[in-house]
Structure formats: structure tokens, C-alpha cells
Design a protein around this ligand. Structure first.
Ligand code: HEC
Ligand code: HEC
Length: 219
């Protein structure tokens, strides 16, 4: 029953996204991971030299994240469409080819799994794997994958091994619809974000914390 619910959402979303994603594919630059390693030197202070962030759980891991997502998010930070004062300055210095190169570098790194808080696994796992059918919350797994690997062609980011604090912060900003802002003259926020605005808006604070903890333990 629950699995069927999730796959209906999955199919609907897939068909809706085909057009958006065909458009994006045309302009994608090919990144060079070797060049990216040099260009990523300044990023290491926060995200870790190999994209494994170990100092502050508000700084996301980048290791193993899809290159398209990293490059795209960098251009959103640069135009200040994705709201985050720390990253504005970091992205400002990067040209599109630099973004593609650092993205290729971080995608090629290996994420390091963290542990879920055992007390959060039951609720977090239920939300991640089955959703909350009574409130129309789809399973996170339907888009982000059973192991949190994401889905490259559909443009759904990877979540596995991501810090619970970072995941929780993102869920809060999706629920408040503050993750992106509209900036005049800049590209619009991705249309697909509406999915996360709706989903996060249906989760309680406790549910966000539980699913974030569960995600941290995925590998
Ligand atoms: C001073 C610390 C700091 C440095 C240095 C830094 N970042 Fe960040 N980065 C952050 C923080 C904090 C966030 C989370 C922003 C948020 O909560 O939305 C972030 C988010 C990101 C994201 C979004 C990840 C996701 O999963 O959505 C990417 C991509 C990124 N940074 C790439 C880079 C790159 C590439 C560099 C180097 C050019 C860099 N960062 C340097 C602090 C930093
Ligand atoms: C229908 C597909 C879909 C479902 C179901 C879904 N997501 Fe997402 N998720 C997305 C998309 C698309 C994005 C990228 C949005 C953007 O560009 O900001 C995303 C982004 C995210 C991010 C930001 C990742 C990062 O590194 O910045 C988090 C965290 C997240 N989702 C958590 C969840 C959780 C937890 C659930 C289950 C409660 C869930 N998602 C269910 C499609 C989905």
C-alpha cells in the first residue's frame, strides 16, 4: 500500500520534470576534476579537503554529491538566488568553468558515513522509507533513492551521509520557503524546489529532526 503510494508520486513527478531537465542539459559544462582539485583549495577550510566536512555540522559534505547539483547551487549562490551570506563570497570568485571543475572534483570523492541517533531511527526511517500517507508526505526514498544516492537524470540531489544539522536546516528553509529568493536579472529558482517546499511544509519539527538523523546514517 505504502509502496504503491510512493511510486504514484514518483511517476507523476518524473513526467512533469522531463521538460525542465531537457532544457538544463543543453548548457551544462564538462568539469575537469584535476583542475577542480586546485580550485577547491579554499573550500576545504569548511567542507573538508576531500569534501568531508568535519568541523561544523552546518557545513555540508560535498563528497559524492552530483556534479550538476554542486555546479548549479554555486551559480545560485553567486547570483544570491540561494540565500546564504557565507557562500555568496565563496561563489563570487568562480566562473562557470570553475564551478564545473570543483563540482567534478567533489563528485569524485568518497563520502564518509556518519551514524544516525538510535532513538530517531524508527520515526526517521518510517518517514524516509514510507512517508506519512495520512498527511500526503511522500517517501523521501521515492526521489532521493533507497540509500540516499539521489537521481542524476531527474536532478534530485544525493542525501546520504549528510550532516543531520545541515539537513534539518534545509528542511526548515524549505518549509519557510526561504531557501531561494527571486533576484532581478538572475535566473529563477529551480521550479522543482516546489516539491520540497510542499513536503517540508508538512513535517513537524520533531519529524524533521528524526528524518535528518536517519539521512545522516545512510551510506
Ligand atoms: C567559511 C566556510 C565555507 C567555505 C570556505 C565554503 N563554503 Fe560552501 N557552504 C558553507 C555553508 C555554511 C553552506 C550551507 C549553506 C546553507 O545552509 O544553505 C555551504 C554550502 C555549499 C554548497 C551547497 C551544498 C548542498 O548540498 O546544497 C556547495 C555546493 C558549496 N557550499 C560549495 C563550496 C565551494 C565549491 C567552496 C569553495 C570555492 C565553498 N563551498 C567554500 C560554508 C563554506
Ligand atoms: C518528489 C521528489 C522528492 C521527494 C519525495 C523528496 N525530495 Fe528532497 N529534494 C527533491 C528535489 C527536487 C530537491 C532539490 C531542491 C532544490 O534545488 O533546492 C530536494 C532537495 C532536498 C534537500 C537538500 C539537499 C542539499 O544537499 O541541499 C534535502 C535535505 C531533502 N531534499 C530532504 C528530503 C526529505 C527528508 C524528504 C522526505 C521527507 C524528501 N527530501 C523528499 C525532491 C524530493
Amino acid at each position: 500500500m505504502k509502496i504503491r503510494f510512493a511510486s504514484v508520486v514518483f511517476a507523476t513527478v518524473l513526467s512533469g520534470l522531463t521538460a525542465i531537465h531537457a532544457q538544463a542539459a543543453e548548457t551544462e559544462l564538462v568539469g575537469d576534476a584535476k583542475a577542480g582539485a586546485t580550485k577547491a583549495a579554499t573550500c576545504g577550510a569548511c567542507h573538508g579537503v576531500t569534501g568531508v566536512s568535519e568541523v561544523n555540522p552546518e557545513w555540508p559534505n560535498l563528497a559524492g554529491q552530483s556534479h550538476w547539483y554542486i555546479a548549479e547551487q554555486l551559480s545560485y549562490f553567486k547570483s544570491q538566488v540561494r540565500a546564504n551570506a557565507v557562500m555568496y563570497g565563496m561563489a563570487a570568485a568562480l566562473e562557470p568553468q570553475d564551478m564545473a571543475d570543483v563540482a567534478a572534483y567533489f563528485e569524485a570523492q568518497t563520502p564518509k558515513g556518519l551514524e544516525a541517533d538510535p532513538s530517531q531511527v524508527a520515526l526517521g526511517g518510517k518517514i524516509y522509507r514510507s512517508g506519512i500517507a495520512a498527511r500526503g508526505v511522500p517517501a523521501c526514498m521515492a526521489c532521493h533513492g533507497p540509500q540516499g544516492m539521489g537521481n542524476g537524470p531527474a536532478k534530485w540531489p544525493a542525501l546520504r551521509a549528510q550532516h543531520d544539522t545541515y539537513v534539518y536546516n534545509q528542511l526548515k528553509s524549505y518549509a519557510a520557503k526561504t531557501k531561494y529568493t527571486v533576484v532581478e536579472g538572475a535566473p529563477k529558482p529551480p521550479e522543482r524546489v516546489d516539491m520540497m517546499y510542499t513536503i517540508a511544509g508538512k513535517l513537524s519539527d520533531e519529524e524533521m529532526k528524526a528524518v535528518a538523523s536517519y539521512v545522516q546514517g545512510l551510506r
